[in-house]
Ligand binder design. Structure first.
Ligand SMILES: Cc1ncc(COP(=O)(O)O)c(C=O)c1O
Length: 362
């Protein structure tokens, strides 16, 4: 019989998202649970975005501006690039997929750090690409090892900077040296979903390197620092050749009208971003100090999330925390069987997390 679904689609495994609070409460009857599993912004959305969205609700009978003209223009101005080098997506997830869609032919190779954000693997798998996984070195992306893994079949390299799920970031100088060492026909995607949170001054954005490496794609999102994960809006920068290609294959109305106005307003909400960064830094300080007191190992981060090694193991810790109404992320599916990942929450959520962890470990 004729095969119906493409083999590469049959080979895919479902993406394991962080458990939604509503699902936990529906399934278990627990009320008042907290979620620290999806690296979301605990403060809620940018207030300026909420206002703009409220003011535009009566326009949702219209199709959105398919070119995202005003948002692309504003992003271009902010980052000092021509508007045509900006692409907007239904979350940066969509742009990850667009890159793979326009460049990857079946059996071509894509290099990924291991572990890293699971959606790269999924995008590559759905276009029948081959994954070459390069293990991290002490939780950090190993650029020299990635360079060594480059072959004539290498088409794309994905680098999450900082890396999800380990929170470690690469220095701009090292990225620049790495890009200059590559053959000129390899597409490099630098996913900067969490770059706003980085505190190390040597960790700069690769946006400034776009002029030096024509096949560089830099991705950003409104989901984290701006608190707009549910709106689904992200953006990227690349050469016009690449943005033109992505525009040919993307859905014509990929960014909805509320997402566009919300993102536009959020870009002006410096106060909210500052508040988010302060909350994150204070939260990390609190969590690190309490984990030190408990004698637990953790991996210091440049993001709003980090890994904690737990003596119960990832799966068991996740299940026991869940019973107490605290949703964390088990790192089993990332191959880190002893680790959970949490994002920084509100101060009371951080305290509840620590108290619950103490309880289940005692
Ligand atoms: C490394 C990384 N890139 C991209 C994304 C997706 O962001 P978006 O919500 O913009 O699709 C995430 C979300 O968790 C992420 O961790």
């Amino acid at each position: 019989m004729k095969r119906l679904m493409r083999q590469c689609i049959e080979n895919l495994t479902p993406y394991p998202p962080g458990k939604p609070i509503e699902e936990l409460e529906r399934e278990s009857g627990i009320v008042g649970s907290i979620k620290l599993a999806s690296n979301e912004n605990p403060l809620g959305p940018s207030p300026k975005a909420i206002k703009a969205i409220n003011e535009n609700l009566s326009n949702i009978h219209r199709y959105p501006d398919g070119s995202c003209y005003y948002l692309r223009q504003k992003l271009a101005k902010k980052f000092g690039l021509p508007t045509d080098r900006v692409i907007v997506g239904n979350g940066s997830n969509e742009i990850i997929k667009l890159v793979v869609h326009i460049f990857l032919s079946p059996d071509e190779e894509v290099i990924l750090p291991l572990p890293t954000f699971l959606l790269y693997e999924k995008a590559v798998g759905s276009f029948a690409g081959r994954i070459v996984a390069v293990p991290l070195s002490n939780f950090s992306i190993d650029l020299p090892a990635i360079r060594k893994a480059v072959s004539p079949r290498t088409k794309i390299i994905f680098i999450s900077n900082p890396n999800n799920p380990t929170g470690k970031a690469l220095k701009k100088e090292d990225i620049s040296r790495f890009l200059h060492s590559l053959p000129s026909d390899v597409v490099v995607v630098l996913d900067e979903a969490y770059i706003e949170f980085a505190t190390d001054p040597d960790i700069g954005s690769a946006v400034e390197l776009l002029g030096t490496y024509p096949l560089l794609v830099v991705l950003r999102t409104f989901s984290k620092a701006y608190g707009l994960a549910g709106l689904r809006i992200g953006y990227g920068f690349a050469s016009e050749m690449i943005t033109d290609g992505m525009n040919l294959v993307r859905q014509p109305f990929n960014a909805n009208c509320l997402a566009q106005v919300g993102a536009l307003a959020a870009l002006d909400d410096d106060e909210f971003v500052e508040k988010t960064l302060t909350l994150t830094r204070d939260g990390l300080e609190f969590l690190y100090s309490r984990l030190d007191r408990m004698g637990l190992e953790y991996v210091t981060t440049q993001t709003n999330f980090f890994l904690i090694k737990t003596p119960l193991g990832a799966g068991e810790t996740y299940r026991r925390m869940l019973k107490e109404g605290v949703i964390v992320r088990s790192m089993e599916s990332f191959g880190l069987k002893e680790y959970i990942r949490i994002n920084v929450g509100l101060p009371e959520e951080n305290k509840r997390f620590i108290n619950t962890l103490e309880k289940i470990l005692s």
